[in-house]
Each structure stands twice: as structure tokens, then as C-alpha cells.
Design a protein around this ligand. Sequence first.
Ligand code: UPG
Ligand code: 3PG
Length: 360
Amino acid sequence: MNAPVRAPGTGPAPVDALGVPGLGAWYRTRTWHDVTWSAQDLVRGKEGRRVAVVLPALDEETTVGGVVRAFLPLTRRQGPGMPPLVDEVLVVDSGSTDATVAVARAAGARVVTREEALPGVPVRPGKGEVLWRALAATDADIVVYADSDLVDVHASLVVGLLGPILREEGVHLVKAFYARPLRLETTTEKSGGGRVTELLARPALATFAPQLGGVVQPLGGEYAGTRELLEQVPFAGGYGIEVGLLLDTLALLGLDAIAQVDVGVRKHRHRDLLSLGVAAQEIMLTIARRTAGTDLVRAVAHGGPGAAGGVDLVQFDQAADGRWRPGTTHVVVHDRPPMAEVLASLRAAARADGGQRRSA
Ligand SMILES: O=c1ccn([C@@H]2O[C@H](COP(=O)(O)OP(=O)(O)O[C@H]3O[C@H](CO)[C@@H](O)[C@H](O)[C@H]3O)[C@@H](O)[C@H]2O)c(=O)[nH]1
Ligand SMILES: O=C(O)[C@H](O)COP(=O)(O)O
């Protein structure tokens, strides 16, 4: 087992221990641990830009209504003479066979099917597909995506995500991060969720795109993006959409175009392990497609990269004060040669040794 350089969750945030050059600086300047702005503050800086909240939905009749109702107050004027912060809440239905469409409409959302979102372009299955088609169904300058299986969700999620994009120069993609309990009913459990994130996405990104190691929730479905960015990048059709967006934003605009905000706790409907395996495969394919052939991947194949051929795995844990702290483990794997080669060379050495003793 490789020993952590520092156990997650202990001591002061060692941002400089984030292995990749520049990552500590990015984490310091592009991570918001508190939402210190209000919807009214953001409306003042909105400067005519239109904002849409887009909810992809596949058979989410039990939760979509609650998510729509949580965000809808943001579509009202935020004070006398002030415009709303959010111009529309749009549900893009992904082929539901339950009452998702009716429930979302009754809750007050505009609802379009994936066919209606982009008529004339044959539909493919998957989550990324509906996020992509949503760009044709709204003219918003800023899109906030959120999953429609969230529970106990609040408008502050959207207010948090819009802060860096409306208040900072050069930010084009803002990811939410949060505590992720694995069970819905719990009020005290804070971790255990995000299984694909911890077991696949984080190690894969540490290996093939270490510049993204400071992103606390790379797979999270809650993020805000500018149309300027979203129209310029490809969208992976399925569950690869989030890692794809991160990798493509990094390639197109650089790390400083990405920011992240702590929005508290996220609870959602969990899927079973076999479904998560399929999602993990889509994520792996998306990463492979975007990183194959790079110098880094070639280096990994030959035992690199980094000191002694290892990888710095950055993980996050929440300290007693509620702050998320990165911890880095330098992970090294040494390959031993096939035992037949070792035994053959030991036998050859023994034979040579015996021959020398006989001739002495
Ligand atoms: O074909 C699909 C599949 C899902 N969804 C919707 O997408 C959201 C997230 O789907 P879900 O199956 O709950 O994803 P998770 O297992 O929770 O996956 C997590 O990790 C994924 C991979 O990064 C992200 O896409 C998700 O947003 C994130 O919640 C939900 O609103 C779904 O209704 C669709 O619209 N169409
Ligand atoms: O983001 C993830 O890793 C997957 O959505 C799985 O999340 P869960 O372990 O909380 O179900």
C-alpha cells in the first residue's frame, strides 16, 4: 500500500502539496469554500446576460417536481425594479416513459423532449445528448445544468454556481462540490457516495490529466457554463459528458477558465453497481479518446510519469470545520519481471559459480 504524503482531512490545507505545478495556485484562486454573494448581488452584475437552468430527466417523476419548485423562485424579480436571476427553468426529457413530462410541467418548468429540442437531428440515447440538445432549445448566455434526481435541493445551489461566472473575469465553467452521503435517509452521514468518482474518475484523471486533480467533484452533474464555451466543445453523449467538458475546457481555455464552489450537501437517487459499471466505461472511453496519444499517456506506458514513475493521487476529505482539504498520495507501481527469467538467471549464475569452483 502506498502511504499518503498527508492523510486527507488532517492539518492545514496543504495546497502546495498538490503535485502538479500550478495546481496549488489554481486551487487557491478558483475554489470558493463559501457562497458570500446573494441572488440580488448577482442580478446587479448580470448585465443583460440570460441564464437558463437546464434539468435533464429520464424517468424522474418522483423527484423532478421538487427540483423545479426549488429553482423556480429565482425566475421571479429579485427586488423592486430588478430582473430575475434566472430567465427560465427548462426540463429536457430524455425519453421518459413515466409521468416526468407532466410532473415537470405541472411544477412550472418549460419542458421539451429531446426531439423537440433539436428537430431534424436523429436522437441518440444518453445524458450528454440531452445536455447538448438543450443548447439549441434555449438562447441563454449562461446555462446551469443540474440533475433532476436531486432531493432536499435548494435555490442556493444555482446562486452558488453563478457567482464565479458572473463576478470573475475569464471563468467559463463552474463545478459544484459537496458532501455526498450514500443513503438518502441519513442526516449525519457525510460521505460514501460518489463511488465512480473515487474509484475511477479521480485515479484516471490523476494519471491522464493531472492538471484536473484539484477538481473536487469532477463527475458532479451540477455546473454552470457560458454559451461561449459550451458551443465550442464536443459533448460526449452519455455519462462521459462531465469529464469530457473538463478535459475540453482545459484544452481550449486553460485551467483558469474552470472554478468550483462548495454548495453544501448533495443527495440523489443512487443507481446499482452494474449500472455504475456501464457509466464508468463511458467515462473511461471519454477520457481515453481525449488523452490517447499524448506524451503523458506514452510516458505512463513506459513506467512514468512523475518522480520514480509514480502518480500523485489527490483526494479530498472534509475536516471538522467543514472545509474540504486535498491530500496527496504518491502512488508507485513497480513491475517485477516474469519469475522464469529470474530463476533462469539465478540458475545460470549458480552454474557459472559451480564451474569456477571446479576449475579452481
Ligand atoms: O440517458 C439519460 C440518463 C440520465 N439522465 C438524467 O441525468 C441525470 C443524472 O443521471 P443519473 O443516472 O442519476 O447519474 P448518476 O449515477 O448520479 O451519475 C453522476 O455521474 C455522472 C457521470 O459523470 C453524471 O453525468 C451525473 O450527473 C452524476 O449525478 C438525472 O437527472 C437523469 O434523469 C438523462 O437525462 N438521460
Ligand atoms: O458520481 C459518482 O461517482 C456516481 O454518480 C455514483 O454516485 P453514488 O456512489 O453517490 O451513487
